[in-house]
Design a protein around this ligand. Structure first.
Ligand code: DGY
Length: 328
């Protein structure tokens, strides 16, 4: 279960701040090693007020861990354990510069995120949201050429960023008899060859893909990588899926592309901002399937992520090697 814990402080333990509710097993691990402050408000001001004096930070929030927060913590800060694979809300360079250790939680969420990518690819291509709306609005037609979708079978699937999550997506989609997997990124990957995926440029990927699946991190390089220009290069029948970060897509450009049927549909687990306001244009589009950033949200995966982050922090403070360090 997920608990909000109150605790007794003992004088000989270092202080840790956990930034949100986390699974009980991880809290137990941490409490046996730290005096633990749980701040579950996801509120920057509250965090800034509680952070002074901590030796470790369990970072499980979208709030930015930036220079101001690191300064507020103080020079005794030794380690940050991020409970996420993505680090776009953390000033990694600043932590490195100050010799503060940093870990994240890759790998343990690959399967759950890949599952969500498949779900979104199917939901968007088969018009799940639009179909539901027709039922709600009493506009269900029985004509056999009504509400036709796009097939995964015989399609070209383009993966933007073939890391471990991208690989897991390819493995899952293989059973759908996809014609070809292509991918773009910094370099050709050995693992991709084994999976039969072909390395192409971003432009080729946009032009050739029936499904474009974004599974790369948000960096200065990938920010707004999908823009007006990019959408023009995509097929009108293309389905776009994003399980990376919302910022990889220029969202007004996506809205335009979906409205103008420049692309067929989109399935998004991530968007800008999060939470997305209910009156946002994306919410009004029948050809856009939206999920509120639930890629890694299963009981097992979130528990594994929390325990991994906790174990990293405990090891880091003991001077042991981190299980999943972000840098060495
Ligand atoms: C991650 O781990 O980066 C997921 O997107 C959850 O934030």
């Amino acid at each position: 279960s997920f608990v909000n814990v109150k605790m007794e402080f003992s004088s000989n333990k270092k202080v840790l701040m956990v930034t949100s509710d986390i699974p009980e097993s991880a809290i137990k691990l941490l409490q046996s090693n730290f005096n633990t402050i749980v701040n579950y408000e996801h509120n920057r001001e509250a965090m800034l007020a509680k952070v002074p004096g901590v030796s470790a930070l369990f970072w499980s929030t979208k709030v930015k861990l930036d220079k101001e927060m690191i300064d507020a913590a103080g020079p005794q800060l030794e380690i940050v354990g991020a409970m996420s694979a993505g680090l776009d809300n953390i000033d990694v360079d600043e932590l490195k510069r100050r010799n503060i250790k940093l870990s994240n939680t890759p790998e343990v969420l690959n399967a759950a995120v890949a599952d969500i990518a498949v779900l979104l690819a199917l939901a968007a291509s088969r018009r799940l949201h639009e179909g539901r709306l027709h039922i709600e609005n009493n506009t269900w037609e029985t004509n056999l050429l009504w509400m036709l979708g796009q097939d995964l079978e015989d399609s070209t699937v383009g993966i933007v960023g073939l890391g471990k999550i991208g690989e897991a997506i390819v493995k899952r989609l293989t059973v759908f008899n996809v014609k070809e997997f292509i991918y773009c990124g910094h370099r050709e990957k050995e693992e991709a060859k084994k999976l039969g995926a072909k390395f192409v440029t971003f432009e080729e990927l946009l032009r050739q893909s029936d499904f474009v699946i974004i599974s790369c991190p948000l960096t200065d390089e990938t920010r707004n990588m999908f823009n007006d220009d990019g959408f023009k290069k995509m097929k009108n029948t293309a389905v776009l899926v994003n399980v990376g970060r919302g910022g990889i897509i220029d969202q007004p450009a996506l809205v335009k592309a979906l409205k103008g049927n420049q692309i067929f549909a989109a399935g998004l687990d991530v968007m800008t901002p999060e939470p997305l306001p209910s009156d946002h244009e994306l919410v009004k589009l029948p050809n856009c399937v939206l999920i509120p950033h639930l890629g890694s949200s299963t009981m097992k995966t979130r528990t594994k992520m929390a325990e991994l982050a906790a174990n990293n922090i405990i090891r880091g403070l003991r001077g042991e090697e981190l299980l999943t360090p972000v840098f060495h």
